[in-house]
Design a protein around this ligand. Structure first.
Ligand SMILES: Cc1cc2nc3c(=O)[nH]c(=O)nc-3n(C[C@H](O)[C@H](O)[C@H](O)COP(=O)(O)OP(=O)(O)OC[C@H]3O[C@@H](n4cnc5c(N)ncnc54)[C@H](O)[C@@H]3O)c2cc1C
Length: 216
């Protein structure tokens, strides 16, 4: 199916025209993200924790220390809400009320299952590849101790929505005559110049996947 179901839980109430349930749109927004924020409840107290995210097919993955409260909780299949946000710019209107932001965001609800065996190794490589495509061919393979110290949790995408705002401000009709600058200040995420680790013992060139690094 090309679209995720629009359920009572994922129905966008305010400005629903900005909503999207299209799978390809949502996959692209998740793949562009380096991080997400994970909401979960422990002992009736809500927590929101930032962490890395990776997608493969219709599943997303979170990973981290076996000792992490968040991962222990998620691996038990407790309710979670995972959010991806891309901030694309500021929107300057003619009144403070209509100031806004251009953004693309995804909200995912689900219950995780722990990933084990061969799949776990593959997903951990996927995390590295998502951050820096090409990097896994250069690095030492993960060892048993590292594998045991890491938890990987999978969430199937089902209860998912995206919301997208783009374009100029939307002002009150009478305000368009005011002599006030209005418009957009676009933002992009850009990589800086690679810096050598001072502990590097050999003189090595910066890999081409870094000199040509670009986020999309
Ligand atoms: C960078 C950024 C800045 C924002 N700033 C503001 C702000 O200052 N004030 C404000 O009111 N709103 C802001 N929003 C929009 C905000 O995320 C909600 O969409 C908004 O509060 C409307 O919520 P609601 O009551 O209609 O929906 P809710 O009842 O809160 O949500 C219903 C369902 O709609 C879906 N949904 C809601 N919002 C989103 C979303 N952003 N992305 C994907 N799915 C979503 C979820 O599935 C959710 O369960 C911002 C969004 C982003 C990404």
């Amino acid at each position: 199916m090309k679209k995720f179901p629009r359920t009572e839980k994922t129905r966008i109430r305010r400005l629903p025209k900005r909503g999207s349930y299209d799978r390809d749109t949502i996959y692209a927004l998740i793949d562009e993200a380096l991080i997400c924020h994970v909401g979960f409840i422990v002992d009736a107290e809500p927590h929101v924790i930032p962490t890395a995210i990776a997608r493969l097919n219709n599943d997303i993955y979170l990973h981290g220390s076996r000792l992490s409260r968040m991962l222990k909780h998620l691996a038990e299949g407790k309710d979670a809400c995972i959010v991806v946000t891309h901030l694309d710019g500021l929107v300057l209107a003619r009144s403070g009320f209509h100031h806004s932001m251009n953004y693309r965001s995804v909200v995912i609800y689900g219950n995780g299952v722990p990933v084990t065996g061969r799949d776990k190794r593959e997903i951990l490589d996927l995390f590295v590849e998502r951050l820096v495509p090409g990097r896994t061919t250069d690095i030492r393979a993960i060892n048993r101790k590292e594998l045991n110290a890491t938890t990987v949790v999978k969430f199937e995408l089902d209860q998912v929505s995206a919301k997208i705002r783009c374009g100029p401000p939307v002002d009150d009709a009478e305000d368009y005559d005011l002599p006030i600058w209005a418009g957009e200040l676009p933002f992009t995420l850009q990589a800086g110049k690679p810096r050598n680790d001072p502990a590097m013992r050999q003189k090595l060139p910066v890999p081409s996947y870094l000199t040509r690094y670009k986020r999309k």
